[in-house]
Write a protein that binds this ligand. Structure first.
Ligand SMILES: [Zn+2]
Length: 154
């Protein structure tokens, strides 16, 4: 199931406090996977409900747990042109094992949702959802921590 562009755009500029019904919204935490999982409905693994009592949907909060759930993964440059919606990951390439579909739990890793040429992701520095081109997203970290990977939607 792919959220359409209209639905994704409604998240723009929202804080994680606006998005998470369980109030797991400390600015000191990294909310990139948390945002993606609320937007896409990913409730597997460690969720915001694991961290905090609440009555809303529990969304996964760990990038390295989402990555293996993608049916197919690969380098960003190898993304099939027909794939107009997918997840996009950025980290040091040495943290990623494509053959075994694993990602190491390191501080510098980030995930967003790619749809029709734009990437929607949670900016932990701006504390809000932003929209960027893949080229802009590629500067999220300085080299060599900015290798990009696609993952087809779980
Ligand atoms: Zn949440």
């Amino acid at each position: 199931m792919l959220a359409n562009q209209l639905i994704l755009s409604t998240y723009l500029d929202k804080t994680i406090g606006d998005i998470c019904p369980n109030g797991y919204a400390n600015d000191a935490d990294n909310h990139c996977a948390h945002f993606v999982s609320h937007a896409m409905g990913y409730g597997f693994g460690v969720t915001c409900l694991t961290m905090r009592r609440g009555k809303g949907f529990g969304a996964n909060i760990r990038v390295q747990e989402i990555f293996p759930h993608c049916p197919t993964v690969g380098t960003w440059d190898s993304k099939p042109v027909t794939m107009t919606g997918c997840l996009v990951f950025i980290t040091n390439a040495s943290n990623v094992d494509l053959a075994n579909k694993t990602m190491n739990n390191v501080p510098r890793k980030h995930v967003g949702i790619y749809l029709s040429g734009l990437i929607y992701h949670y900016s932990n520095s701006q504390h809000r959802v932003v929209q960027q081109t893949p080229e802009q997203f590629s500067h999220h970290y300085a080299a060599p921590n900015n290798a990009m990977f696609y993952g087809s939607l779980p």
